[in-house]
Design a protein around this ligand. Sequence first.
Ligand code: HEC
Ligand code: HEC
Ligand code: HEC
Length: 97
Amino acid sequence: MKGILTAVVLVGCVGAACAGDEYSILYKCMNGDVTFNHKNHQRVLDDCKKCHDGVPGTIPAFDRPAAHTLCKGCHERMGAPSRCIECHIRANTTPAL
Ligand code: HEC
Ligand code: HEC
Ligand code: HEC
């Protein structure tokens, strides 16, 4: 499933190093949509290479297994939100963060 860029606001960026600094990506999922806050992750993790091999940008073949390996894998290692409903938010539920 293709992610949808919800807010592309590249403020104050000079050069490719800060490309993608400010946006969230919405992944539409049948079991509740997932919002990935790219900016927050960059700030907390402070290393593009934790998610991007080589040149930062789209991640090849980013699908369900890849997302779960990357997103859930790191969350479990770092004690970040790892329950299904902490990533998959149904419109009628409150995020249990
Ligand atoms: C850390 C975040 C995270 C957690 C925790 C997580 N998921 Fe996901 N999941 C994602 C992302 C991101 C995608 C979207 C991948 C894509 O579409 O490219 C996804 C996709 C899916 C899909 C495919 C949905 C569709 O419409 O194609 C299913 C089903 C799914 N997850 C089930 C689960 C279940 C069940 C759990 C708990 C055991 C879970 N996920 C936990 C992030 C997460
Ligand atoms: C926690 C993981 C993570 C970190 C850390 C991270 N990114 Fe990303 N980035 C992603 C994901 C996931 C996508 C969307 C991939 C997709 O859907 O194909 C993305 C997409 C991008 C894109 C493409 C946006 C577009 O327009 O398509 C750029 C550019 C980017 N990241 C730059 C960076 C830079 C620069 C850094 C470091 C300062 C960084 N990223 C750190 C996960 C991360
Ligand atoms: C390399 C580690 C790492 C990866 C990869 C990662 N995360 Fe996270 N994520 C974290 C950490 C650490 C936090 C807690 C951040 C905080 O406390 O502000 C977090 C927090 C979150 C949150 C809750 C807070 C927020 O920013 O909205 C969501 C939702 C989330 N991540 C989704 C994702 C999704 C979806 C992916 C994959 C596209 C992903 N994460 C990949 C480390 C990671």
